[in-house]
Structures are given as C-alpha cells and as structure tokens.
Design a protein around this ligand. Structure first.
Ligand code: F6R
Length: 608
C-alpha cells in the first residue's frame, strides 16, 4: 500500500501539483505523507503525520520551490506512523520513497550499520537509501540497478540525488508503478488516477524495470541495464472521472454511478437480437471452453463476494462446477489445477498481492487464466492469458461499490457465454437473458431511490453495536457484502449468514438490540427466508427487510422495509446490493466516520 509520486519538469514549480497527485493516492494510505524537492539550496524535505492536508498546510509555512520532486503517502507496515518514519527517507544527498516491503531489511540494516550507516527511522525503506548511497558513483540509475538486486520483497521506488538535480530514478518489483509522459515533463505514480490532471499518456512499468526520468527524456532498462521498450498507452479516463462531482463523498458518487457501470460493462459486448456475446480481451477459444472440467475463482474481500455470486451463476448457466477461494488461503494449498481448468482472478485494482500470487500459481500449474479487473494496465491484467475489464472507471472510495457492480455484470456475461458455448442455454434463452441484462441499469436506478429510506433507517442503525445480514442462494454473498460494507466504514460489528444457518447457532444472539437485515426479494428461496425472518422476529429482532414490489408477507414482520423493483433472481444481487451500500454509507455518515478513508484500511493491498 502507500502511494508514490514524482515529477521532473523543464522549469516551473511542481510541488503543488505533486500534492494534488498525492491526494488522488490518499486512498492507498493516509497516516503520514511527505515531499522531497530539488531546491536551489539542495534537497529539501517536508513530512507530516496525518492526512495530506496536514502536509499541504506545512508546505504553506515551509514552501519547497522546485521543478523536480518526489512524494509519498504512507500506510504504515514497518514502524509506527510518526514523522521520523514518514517518507521520503534520506541518506546524505540521496532521497527515496517506497511502496512495498523490503523483506530482508533487518539483514541489510545490520550490514550497512556495520559499515557506519546511522538510521533515523524504524522503517524497512531507509535501508534502500543507505544501500543505494553506498553504491553511488555519479550515476543514480546505475546505483539503483546495483542495489535492487540485493532487495528481497516488493517495491515501487523513486529516488533523487542532489548531484543530478533533474533526474528521478524509479524501479519496480511486485508493486504498481506508472509513468506519465508530457511535453517537457515526466511523472511517476503508483496509480494512473494521480496522473490524470497532468497527462493521459502513460507507460506501465513491468517487474524488474528501472526507469530514468529527465524533463525531456525517459529511458527504461532491466536490472542488468539492458534497454527495454515499453509502449505509451492513451488513457480514456478523464480527471473529472476521479473527482467527487458534487457528491459529499466518493463512495456516494460511486454508488450513484452504478447504472452507468452496468451499461458500460455491457457496451459493445452483447447483441441482443442475434443472441451473441463478444468479450473483448477474452482469448480462450470455444473448443477449450467446451472441454473445461472446472472453474476456480480466487479473490479477496469484496471481489471474493463477487466470486461467490459468480459461482452461483456459472454453475446454473453453464453447468460447470465452480470453487471459490480466498486468494490468501489458496496460495498455501496445493493448486489442484490443470489444463482442463479455468482459473479466474477477480481484482478491482489488479494489484492485490495474494490474488496475484494465486493467479501465478494457477498459471504455472497449467490452468487457463482469466482476470476480471477494473484497471487495464494492472499487473494481473498483464499476467493472465485473458482479461475482462469491468469499465467502472476510477474507484477512489476505499470501500468498493461500483467496481463490485462491474464485476457482477462481467460475471453474468461470462456465465451466459459459457452456458451458450457449452450448449446449456438455447439461443432463445440467451436472447431473453441478454434482454433482461440490458434492462438492469433501470432497475439499479430505481434501487437508488431507496437512499432516503436507507438514511432514515441508518439514523437508528447507527446506535447498534452489532448487526446480522441474512440471505440465501445467490443473495447469500450479498448478505456477506452488506455486512462487510457496514463494518468497514461505520465500525459496527456485522456478520453475514446464510439464513438457513441461523438456527444452527447465530439465532442465540438475537434480542431486541440486534438488527437483522434480511434479503427477502423475489426468489425461489422466498418462502424459506420468509420463515427465517418470522423466527428472528419471534425472538425480538428488529428486522430490516429488502423486499420486492408487491411483497405481502415479509413486509408484515419487518420493522422497516426497503422496496425494490422485481428482477429475475440471478440478477437480483446487482439490485439488492444498492440499498445495503446506501445503508452502510448513511450509517457511517450518522456516526461521523471517515467514509472514503476508513481507519486501518488501504484500497490496494500490495503486501501479503
Ligand atoms: C472492501 C474492499 C476490499 C477489496 C479487497 C480486494 O470494500 O474494497 O475488500 O475488495 O481488498 O481488492 P481488489 O479487488 O483490488 O483485489
């Protein structure tokens, strides 16, 4: 986690711009931040504990005027969030910012300490400054190349040296790093969102790359110094797409963007009249799809919940067995995958370390690999055989909403594609299903009208200590996701359960102080879940029920209801998640919590 930025420009002043870029990376970590700049007096550093606005305020008092600078926003791993541990770290004339973890830092610290290095921080990063400084012979890129070979772990690094004041050197291994290309200026950042105000022409660095940035020149080599060609990519996202657009929080804006997310994920991919699905980026031929024996899905967090919905859809539509694993667990078991298996890695960022590791293992075991991601140039998108993009646009709120919606849409399409190719769905059925998918943005739009009801309920839910979310079938993962949304942004303890499991333990928790949020919309499981709701109600639970228009049973047992448009069951997760996101959002607002940057969380988890 953490975010790094850098800019070297021909004249001009770059520090204010870098602070803007850092704000766009704040979702990656926000316990401290800092800037190092090549001023006329040498390299000046300003660092502050807390959010980037603290750094901004300090820079008013202590301005850094420079046309070459690097910056960092931190999510602490090694060493507490203090000013001494904040980046950039310095060794003499050299400074460094780092995202990732140097696993052998203790060993290096000892070795460098024995040759006289004195450390100012508790971080793993500071060893990089000392190591590169010890190898400096007048060429920063050469010193970095010599140093990175000694580093174990993951890193995206940016370094400057006072003796080469226009140069920034960057290097990456297993942590994202993208370069921005401009007229008389070059940038670097952990995420393309930080570059959008300045340029849309970017270069994604690959693992093992070392880049040297000058205002008017840019070169990339491997760690041995061999020149590498990396293409310049035009990004279609605009800077406005990464801004709040009048909403109080990014999360609220992103929740409201979801009808468009679905429409974008379908755009150009479906031909309803002929019943065809064209998945750009999907390179697995139909014969291979027909011969598949099994699908295995790996993901973390919200993306794992999308995987659980995907399991239901693929099993039902394509008749293929699916297993869904936490990526962080999958990597510690035998992969059990081979040439007849399709491994799907789901990741909004495409950078999550565990998911990436699970994907690599699957590929090495010989499975066909597919990544469902929101970020075109991400590491996973480049690692896999096939990539399906969710086209949700930049997601800035740490709690994932619209990216989840994009994942569900893509999984729905994939399930239909597999079903059609494998002969489980007739063309007529496929056409009907595509028509239903096409109508979905309207149903999501209607679900957004539940915002006022959710706000109203949140005013009371905000006082709860715990909450239970229950669902069945394809909506069981939505109960899990509703609970995750509530706990991560409002800090209310919440659990999701398959409703049928209530009687096997959790029902003991129920009393008048326990809100139970029940997903009881139109579905094959409606009657059983209605029974579960009545059992909970009989034990005094306050039921908040999601029901479909026209419901006349569950609504009677509920303390509060949210009425949603009736949609086919397999599409209901995409509608039902909306009021749960809104409920979490308004509850967090009522509790005065930091909605977009919940404590202890980072958006992109690039460490295992
Ligand atoms: C929760 C959330 C996380 C992510 C998880 C995986 O709101 O956002 O649980 O889903 O960290 O991240 P990606 O999808 O980027 O691999």
């Amino acid at each position: 986690m953490c975010g790094i930025v850098g800019c070297t420009a021909q004249g001009g002043e770059v520090v204010a711009g870098l602070v803007e870029s850092l704000k766009r990376l704040e979702y990656r970590g926000y316990d401290s931040s800092g800037i190092a700049a090549q001023t006329v007096q040498g390299i000046g550093i300003v660092r502050r504990v807390g959010k980037i606005r603290e750094l901004e305020a300090q820079l008013q008092q202590e301005p850094l005027i420079a046309s070459t600078a690097i910056g960092h926003t931190r999510w602490a791993t090694h060493g507490r969030p203090t000013e001494a541990n904040a980046h950039p770290h310095r060794c003499g004339k050299l400074v460094v910012v780092h995202n990732g973890i140097i696993e052998n830092y203790l060993e290096l610290r000892q070795e460098l300490g024995a040759s006289g290095a004195v450390f100012q921080s508790e971080t793993d990063t500071e060893v990089v400054a000392h190591l590169v400084a010890s190898l400096w012979q007048g060429d920063l890129a050469a010193a970095v190349r010599a140093a990175v070979g000694r580093l174990e772990g993951s890193f995206a690094l940016a370094l400057m040296h006072e003796d080469t004041p226009e140069v920034i050197v960057a290097a990456r291994r297993d942590s994202p790093l993208v370069l921005g290309v401009g007229e008389g200026a070059h940038w670097l950042a952990s995420d393309v969102a930080a570059l959008l105000p300045w340029t849309r022409r970017v270069i994604y660095l690959e693992d093992g790359d070392v880049a040297e940035l000058h205002p008017t020149a840019l070169s990339v080599t491997d760690m041995a110094g061999k020149k590498q060609h990396r293409p310049v990519v035009e990004i279609s996202w605009s800077a406005e797409m990464a801004e709040k657009g009048g909403y109080a929080h990014f999360m609220l804006k992103e929740i409201h963007e979801q009808p468009t997310t679905v429409a974008n994920a379908l755009l150009g991919r479906i031909a309803e009249k002929s019943g065809t699905i064209t998945l750009d980026g999907f390179n697995i031929d139909d014969d291979t799809l027909r011969s598949l024996r099994r699908v295995s899905i790996v993901a973390c967090g919200t993306s794992w919940h999308a995987g659980q919905v995907g399991r239901f859809l693929i099993e039902q539509d394509a008749g293929l067995p699916v297993e869904v694993d936490y990526a962080s667990e999958a990597i510690y078991r035998e992969p059990m995958l081979g040439k007849d298996d399709l491994l799907i890695a789901i990741s909004q960022s495409g950078e999550t370390a565990d998911t990436r590791a699970a994907l690599r293992r699957g590929r090495e075991a010989g499975a066909h690999t597919l990544v469902i991601s929101n970020v075109a140039g991400s590491s996973m998108a480049r690692d896999a055989q096939s990539v399906l993009l969710t086209y949700a646009g930049p997601e800035i709120g740490v709690a994932s909403t619209k990216a989840f919606m994009g994942q569900l849409t893509v999984l729905s399409l994939l399930a239909l594609k597999l079903g059609a190719v494998r002969g489980k769905l007739t063309n007529g059925e496929l056409r009907r299903r595509l028509h239903e998918l096409k109508l979905l943005p309207h149903a999501i739009e209607a679900a957004l009208h539940s915002s006022d009801a959710a706000k109203d309920i949140a005013a009371e839910l905000a006082a709860a200590r715990d909450a239970l979310f229950i669902g069945r079938g394809v909506n069981y993962p939505i109960a899990l996701e509703g609970a995750l949304k509530l706990k991560e942004i409002s800090y209310i303890h919440a659990e999701g359960y398959p409703a049928g499991e209530m009687k096997h333990g959790p029902i003991a928790l129920i009393d008048a102080s326990m809100p139970v949020i029940a997903i009881a919309t139109h579905a094959a499981t409606y009657a059983v879940i209605a029974g579960n709701v009545e059992e909970a109600k009989a034990r005094g639970a306050r039921i908040i029920a999601l029901v479909s228009q026209g419901d006349d049973r569950v609504a009677k047992s509920a303390w509060r209801t949210i009425v949603l448009p009736a949609v086919p069951e397999n599409l209901s997760p995409l509608v039902n998640i909306v009021p749960l996101q809104l409920l979490a959002y308004w509850t967090a607002v009522a509790r005065n919590a930091d909605v977009d940057q919940p404590r202890n969380l980072a958006k992109t988890v690039t460490v295992q």
